[in-house]
Design a protein around this ligand. Structure first.
Ligand SMILES: [Zn+2]
Length: 283
């Protein structure tokens, strides 16, 4: 992705220079706290963390931000700005009202949110309660080194996916889905969650296409990086990599094949209506 020297977003809240120390390491309990809520929309790496024994790691770092920290912050900021432009356009032309962007919180190690605490290399998540995206910038390293999804556009896809949850919140989809989830069995709740997540993947693909059309920001291999990331964070792949036999009734995000297919659908059609995962039998 071409991002150097481009405009960044003003909706970044950088908490990385003031690490929260009082709580210390929240360990695996903290990770489960945030991901186990069910009303938080993140990249669920719980089985992966359990399998790799990474859950208890606390990565609180002190001092100045390194050059690499600053670079990843700038990258996320540009990717976020790109999503703001694209979704503003879509809202104006297709929804009929202005897009109110999310705030993206950058943190390292431990942080608090109204949706729970996050620690370790917790996957990024969106908290509807404060309309903020939470992103531990170390997650990109985990994504590349432990999960096999490297490349800057894998990271951009992650940002676009979390932004998509904010879009869903703005459109009322998240609220509706959560009301349903509160009234049904765990298994049915998981199925609703999968529809939410696949729609966010479709929106990410849609964003990639429109960003390319508008900014010409994609480079050779970018879509392949996003598709590979979609594969690596599929529930079946994550469970398999954690040494488990995939159990579809526990899936909350969709299989690798589904995540790739919905991302591709958004990218190929460029049409928001093609991302209606709620009224299809063909998930
Ligand atoms: Zn998600």
């Amino acid at each position: 992705m071409k991002w150097r020297g481009r405009r960044g977003s003003s909706n970044i809240e950088d908490r990385r220079q003031s690490p929260m120390r009082t709580g210390g390491s929240l360990g695996i309990v903290g990770v489960l706290l945030v991901l186990g809520l069910g009303y938080v929309f993140g990249i669920d790496v719980t089985p992966f963390l359990q399998g790799q024994g990474l859950g208890g790691q606390s990565q609180i770092e002190t001092g100045e931000l390194t050059e690499a920290d600053q670079r990843v912050g700038q990258f996320v900021s540009v990717a976020l700005a790109d999503t703001e432009e694209i979704w503003s356009d879509i809202f104006r032309t297709q929804v009929g009202r202005p897009y109110d962007p999310a705030v993206l919180v950058l943190f390292k190690g431990v942080t608090q949110s109204p949706c729970g605490n996050a620690s370790g290399a917790t996957g990024p998540f969106y908290c509807p309660a404060d309309r903020k995206i939470y992103l531990d910038t170390n997650f990109f390293t985990t994504l590349e080194r432990q999960m096999g999804a490297g490349g800057d556009f894998a990271a951009a896809y992650v940002v676009a996916h979390e932004v998509a949850h904010h879009v869903q919140n703005e459109l009322g989809v998240l609220g509706q889905a959560n009301r349903i989830r509160a009234q049904v069995s765990q298994e049915q709740s998981n199925q609703v969650s999968v529809r939410i997540e696949l729609q966010a993947d479709c929106y990410s693909g849609l964003w990639a296409r429109l960003a390319q059309a508008r900014f010409g920001s994609l480079e050779r291999g970018d879509i392949a990086e996003a598709m590979n990331a979609a594969k690596q964070i599929g529930d079946d792949t994550i469970q398999r990599n954690a040494g488990q036999v995939p159990r579809p009734h526990t899936f909350t995000h969709g299989s690798s094949e589904q995540r790739q297919r919905w991302f591709a659908k958004g990218y190929e059609t460029g049409d928001v209506r093609a991302c209606d995962t709620f009224s299809t039998d063909q998930l």
